[in-house]
Ligand binder design. Structure first.
Ligand code: BES
Ligand code: MN
Ligand code: ZN
Length: 498
């Protein structure tokens, strides 16, 4: 029988291809403007007054763009009012356009701008903005539907006075930018691709690349270990959970940083099922684990002289006949009994076990966990800050300083005995929910209950800033890539004696 000629059906993309590590940005430093490519020039309103070649309507307001034969001119607003935030917003938006229109371009910025924003800050923001722009996370679309990226390489023209430091800053920024894209890649992959297993494979690949130790515990080992929280949350899923543990060691290290990430590859809420609207967004519920893993990669590639232990608690939270139920009581890895009044408050349960594991097996000078933990944190802070909780003023100060330096926003919120009170259970050592109010604080206080006395600890709730509705600063919509720079900066602070 004659067969109709047609296109062969599209094959399902393989996960190994989808997880192929993003390439490094092709961007170099140039001493002066010129050459055959285009230009993207960022100008303040003060500069506009002295420029003749601009169209008459162009005033140089922040974000205002004029297309010239040579490329784009983009306003930065008044120099006096310019700060790193406006700089980041403006540069990120403009470089998205440039990435799609120009094949080769130079970025030109006046020394007065670098002086005002800070050269290191500005150069790092430029690199991340450009790198994000050249890596749209639309890789599940067919070739026709994908954003076309025209650009092949770029140069950043650096004033003479900064030439000495520029290369070093660029190298570091390029490394971090690449791992940010890798984080965004894992965030963008939906729950049928990114599972506890595939995230473990990603971790193994990173471990191999940077010669890290990689251990991974499946259901049987977690049962032997007694990780009741991870087991309870994953009970309803056909996919096995994983506790993935990576170690990076530096021979000159004097301090150890512990990183713990929430990796719920999909959060249905479990038997306490979430409403249907927007449930798909819960594919981003693994963002904490992606942040921890890719920050570790960024630290390892830069050979920052600290030791890092990283634990990723990977599960899928599903309802089923085998699922854990509201009212169930389980025993956590540290021996505490937990009453589960809501199966949708699952992140804290898996984090508690991962935090216990790290405390029982390592001596971390600073332990940081990160998680898309509560909707309440989004209500409190919107998309614009990670909620920061800590049991120690020094620990809080280290992370706040790193946040200021990296321009990754954090905002401190309280924990303490008032919130612990709300977590009392009639039948177990602790309840997993604390009532209607102060939800981000009760969630953080729940984790606090699993922190040993004397352990310096910070919890970052990235439910808002980890997955954003609309781009801001250098963050991309949906999976934002938040936190890689922050944690790399924390590692650097720890080398500096902190
Ligand atoms: N993953 C969610 C938190 C979340 C909500 C992240 C919205 C990003 C956007 C978490 O597991 C959750 O469901 N938390 C509950 C806790 C509640 C049941 C105490 C919440 O925030 O509603
Ligand atoms: Mn949940
Ligand atoms: Zn969750």
């Amino acid at each position: 029988m004659a067969q109709k000629k047609g296109k062969s059906p599209r094959k399902e993309p393989s996960i190994s291809k989808l997880l192929a590590y993003p390439a490094k940005l092709r961007c170099t430093i140039a001493g002066k403007a010129g050459g055959k490519g285009s230009r993207v020039q960022f100008v303040t309103q003060e500069e506009v007054k002295n420029m003749q070649e601009l169209p008459p309507f162009f005033t140089g307001e922040a974000g205002e763009t004029a297309t010239l034969q040579t490329g784009f001119v983009v306003g930065l607003g008044e120099l006096g009012k310019l700060d790193a935030e406006t700089f980041a917003d403006t540069v990120a938006a403009a470089l998205v356009k440039a990435a799609q229109k120009l094949e080769e371009y130079q970025i030109i910025i006046d020394r007065t701008v670098y002086d005002k924003v800070g050269f290191r800050t500005a150069l790092r923001l430029l690199v991340v903005a450009q790198s994000n722009a050249e890596y749209p996370s639309d890789f599940l679309k067919g070739d026709k539907g994908r954003k076309k990226i025209a650009v092949r390489k770029t140069e950043i023209v650096v004033p003479q006075s900064f030439a000495q430091v520029a290369e070093e800053i660029l190298d570091s920024a390029l490394v971090e930018a690449r791992h940010i894209n890798a984080m965004r890649q894992t965030q963008a992959l939906p729950g049928n691709y990114l599972t506890p297993q595939t995230m473990d494979e990603r971790a193994a690949a990173i471990a191999k690349q940077y010669r890290l130790t990689h251990k991974s515990f499946g259901r049987a080992e977690l049962v032997r270990m007694g990780a009741g929280g991870i087991l309870a949350v994953s009970a309803g899923s056909e996919r096995e959970p994983r506790l993935v543990v990576l170690e990076y060691r530096h021979p000159q290290a004097r301090k150890t940083l512990g990183l713990v990430g929430k990796g719920v590859t999909f959060d249905t809420g479990g038997i306490s099922l979430k409403p249907g609207a927007d449930m798909h967004e819960m594919k981003y519920d693994m963002s904490g684990s992606a942040m921890a893993l890719h920050a570790l990669a960024a630290i390892a590639e830069q050979k920052i002289p600290v030791n890092v232990v990283c634990a990723l608690a990977m599960v899928e939270n599903m309802p089923s006949g085998k699922a854990f139920k509201p009212g169930d009581v389980y025993t956590a890895l540290n021996g505490k009994t937990v009453e589960v009044q809501n199966t949708d408050a699952e992140g804290r349960l898996i984090l508690a076990d991962a935090l216990t594991y790290v405390q029982q097996n390592y001596k971390a000078d600073l332990l940081i966990d990160m998680a898309t933990l509560t909707g309440a944190c989004v209500v409190a802070l919107g998309d614009f800050y990670a909620g920061l909780f800590s049991n120690n003023a020094t620990a809080r100060a280290i992370v706040e300083k790193a946040a200021a330096e990296s321009r990754e926003p954090v905002w401190a919120l309280p924990i303490g005995p008032r919130y612990r009170e709300l977590l009392k259970s009639d039948i177990a050592d602790i309840n997993n929910i604390g009532g209607r109010y102060g939800g981000a604080c009760t969630a953080a206080e729940f984790l606090h209950a699993f922190i040993d006395d004397g352990q310096m600890w910070v919890h970052l709730d990235i439910a808002g800033v980890g997955m954003i509705k609309k781009p801001f600063s250098v963050y991309t919509a949906s999976g934002s890539g938040y936190g890689v720079r922050l944690l790399a900066e924390v590692a650097r602070q720890m080398v500096g004696g902190a």
